[in-house]
Design a protein around this ligand. Structure first.
Ligand SMILES: [Zn+2]
Length: 329
């Protein structure tokens, strides 16, 4: 928030208070801002400062995930200044830009509670929901905008995109494992021991190696065998708090891949994406077919895998010789 200077003084001219809108007469004790060229009553000034403080606190609460406290602070602030939401908009936009969609949506929602017809807040709340994969919630926001302004182009376009978003969900649910797709519930979180486990990591790396040695494919992390979207939260929980993000997750997998295949060139050919399905972020690793054999290394042991139907198959030494002759020459 911009710092605005207010000087408390005996006013020289009469004017209208920027907070309450009522008249202030000349010679009354009030506050004048050289920057804003505006006046306000002394008590209105104190109230406005209090409202600013409450809003700043509310944002701190939101960032800390203390939603009830944030609600109370915002509600108190807007009781004092019902129309002054500029700072809240600014912060909601910042959270959105920072990909903190849930917090951003919450803040827009608080604004909408006070200003139910704010098209700007409704569209942005919709966009935040969309980014979270909550397409139904997004569409509700866009419909509300179209109720207020049926020709609103942004709402119309966004609604269309949200409807398409459903299609992607459908794809995950119906698109089971086959020769080119493998779903993994987690990358390193062991569901049985509830802690990180290198053996669990090996399973994904083996699937990647098998795709490399075959015709390529896609590994999805965060989707269960039953094709339920689980998300990456359990894997993220095994990292320290500052590392719980997509960039670190990708880096971690690339490093493991590098260590277990000893093939930097191959690792650089993998592409990562982090789409959101059903409100949860998953990880997709696109694996190309390799031009040379890629061995999986577990300690001193070298193993060779290929894709066989919907699983990774380990070949024996004689099978490897035959397979490589056919596949790589
Ligand atoms: Zn006033």
């Amino acid at each position: 928030m911009q710092l605005v200077h207010w000087l408390t003084m005996q006013l020289k001219y009469s004017g209208y208070c920027v907070v309450c809108g009522n008249r202030i007469s000349a010679n009354e004790k009030g506050q004048w801002s050289p920057g804003l060229k505006a006046v306000r009553h002394l008590h209105c000034g104190n109230n406005a400062d209090l409202a600013d403080e409450l809003k700043r606190k509310a944002i701190d609460y939101i960032i800390a995930g203390k939603i009830d406290e944030a609600k109370n602070s915002i509600s108190d602030a807007l009781k004092i200044e019902p129309a002054n939401t500029e700072y809240l908009y600014e912060k909601a936009n910042e959270l959105f830009a920072d990909k903190q969609y849930e917090k951003s949506a919450f803040l827009y929602d608080m604004i909408i509670e006070k200003q139910p017809n704010s098209i700007y807040a409704l569209i942005n709340k919709g966009a935040a929901f969309h980014s979270l994969g909550r397409y139904t919630d997004a569409i509700v926001c866009y419909d509300k905008v179209l109720e207020l302004d049926e020709r609103n182009e942004a709402a119309r376009k966004n609604k269309e995109l949200a409807i398409n978003g459903f299609g992607r969900d459908e794809e995950v649910v119906t698109y089971g494992e086959d020769a080119s797709l493998e779903n993994k519930e987690t990358f390193r979180y062991d569901i049985k021991t509830k802690s990180p486990n290198p053996k669990v990591e090996e399973e994904t790396i083996i699937a990647v190696c098998a795709f490399l040695n075959s015709n390529g494919g896609k590994v999805r992390i965060g989707i269960s065998d039953k094709r339920t979207v689980i998300g990456l939260e359990r894997d993220y929980s095994t990292f320290k708090e500052t590392d719980r993000n997509e960039d670190f997750f990708e880096l971690h997998i690339r490093e493991k891949m590098d260590a277990m295949s000893k093939n930097r060139l191959i690792v650089s050919k993998l592409t990562f994406a982090f789409p959101i399905y059903d409100g949860k972020r998953i990880c997709e690793i696109e694996v190309p077919g390799s031009k040379e054999p890629v061995y999986f290394k577990s300690g001193q042991d070298e193993q060779f895998y290929i894709r066989d139907g919907n699983r990774s198959k380990k070949l024996s030494p004689s099978e490897i010789v035959k397979y490589c002759k056919d596949r790589f020459n």
